[in-house]
Design a protein around this ligand. Structure first.
Ligand SMILES: NC(=O)c1ccc[n+]([C@@H]2O[C@H](COP(=O)([O-])OP(=O)(O)OC[C@H]3O[C@@H](n4cnc5c(N)ncnc54)[C@H](O)[C@@H]3O)[C@@H](O)[C@H]2O)c1
Length: 340
């Protein structure tokens, strides 16, 4: 059977774009045909690695090319919307970086354009394709940890300060996409607090509280002004609890057989109910280390060619942007709860 490969292009070859380029180039279901960047030094870097690939400063040269079927958009966030819109209107499928857009309105519009033009939007929610998050999802779906009580995540380090977006729009898309994916329900409210310590109008430290209803809560702490890098997520369940530490070289995921049980106390006692603590074993499941972007690129192909359902579709991208936008609104209103 003739290989039904997809010609693709990359727009934005800065820090992250080369990772996508490498994975598209290495995947025989795709043929990397063009790379665009407004920065000539970045195009020169691309030339060094991919001498056969068409290089252009103007992204419209990629979008106009009738031979290109799919486009990856890896520009700064404020350029996502107009480039994505142009690509979708030209009938290209897109793999767009996180966060999908700078506003919910822009995201909704992109989904409408994609539907009208019968093309697909996939969002690069990289983490949900990592071995660690896939394993956590498997454990949760098996019922092993019971009902989930909370998702509590810390993603802090020193920098990199962005010029166009605050720490929430930069770092929290990772945690929000993981959280939405693992919890599998829609949130009902968001409360957030944040601070801009260097005075450039962009918060560098923020705390997000996401209410999923029925006592299920999500909490995310993101910070560009931390002395150490922390990437830890706690997931509490009624039966077991999970700790995901992404800085661990091995044993990134640990499952603890710990919890509490409520027992009735002596009726005459002031302690009518007693909390009993349960501490059992801990294990670290084996995690496969296939590169997330490899799996993502394979998934993008199946989405386009075989119409398979995917987790990181435009709807998932929109759900992340909805929480980001609500967080921003809450911060600007001194932590007021924003209903979703
Ligand atoms: N999925 C992940 O884990 C992950 C990690 C890092 C960054 N990102 C996302 O990737 C995107 C890019 O981030 P980055 O860190 O690579 O930024 P970057 O600034 O290093 O690179 C962006 C590149 O886009 C180019 N560019 C800007 N406007 C352009 C245009 N109109 N046409 C063509 N090229 C243009 C810039 O010259 C630059 O080289 C952002 O959306 C970011 O959130 C995702």
């Amino acid at each position: 059977m003739k290989e039904d490969f997809i010609n693709c292009g990359i727009i934005g070859y800065g820090y992250w774009g080369p990772n996508l380029a490498r994975n598209f180039f290495a995947n025989n279901k795709f043929r990397l045909k063009g790379i665009s960047d407004i920065n000539l030094a970045r195009l020169q870097k691309a030339r060094d690695v991919y001498p056969e690939v068409l290089l252009c400063e103007d992204y419209r040269d990629i979008i106009k090319d009738p031979g290109i079927e799919a486009v990856a958009i890896c520009t700064p966030v404020f350029r996502h919307y107009d480039i994505a819109k142009a690509a979708l209107e030209a009938g290209k499928h897109i793999l767009i970086e996180k966060p999908m857009t700078s506003s919910l309105k822009e995201g909704e519009e992109l989904l409408e354009i994609a539907a009208k033009n019968k093309v697909k939007i996939m969002v690069d929610h990289t983490f949900i394709y990592t071995g660690a998050v896939r394993k956590i999802k498997e454990i949760i779906d098996s019922g092993e940890i019971g009902d989930i009580y909370y998702f509590d995540s810390v993603r802090v380090n020193l920098g990199l300060f962005q010029h166009d977006i605050n720490v929430i729009w930069d770092l929290a898309p990772h945690d929000i996409s993981i959280m939405n994916h693992l919890l599998g329900v829609n949130p009902i409210g968001v409360t957030a607090l944040g601070a801009d310590h260097i005075g450039n109008g962009l918060e560098n430290t923020a705390y997000l509280y996401v209410d999923y209803g029925n006592e299920l809560i999500g909490h995310i702490h993101v910070n560009w002004l931390a002395p150490v890098k922390v990437r830890t997520t706690l997931i509490g369940g009624s039966k077991k609890m999970i700790v995901f530490d992404d800085t661990e070289p091995s044993e990134k995921v640990r499952v603890y057989d710990k919890g509490v049980e409520i027992v009735n106390g002596d009726v005459d006692s002031i302690y009518k109910t007693l909390v009993q603590y349960r501490t059992g074993d801990m294990y670290a499941p084996k995690i496969d280390n296939i590169e997330a972007l490899k799996l993502e690129v394979d998934t993008f192909y199946d989405y386009i060619r075989n119409d398979v359902q995917i987790e990181a579709d435009g709807e998932a991208g929109l759900k992340v942007v909805r929480i980001l936008e609500a967080s921003q609104k809450s911060i600007k209103n001194d932590g007021k709860r924003i209903q979703l």
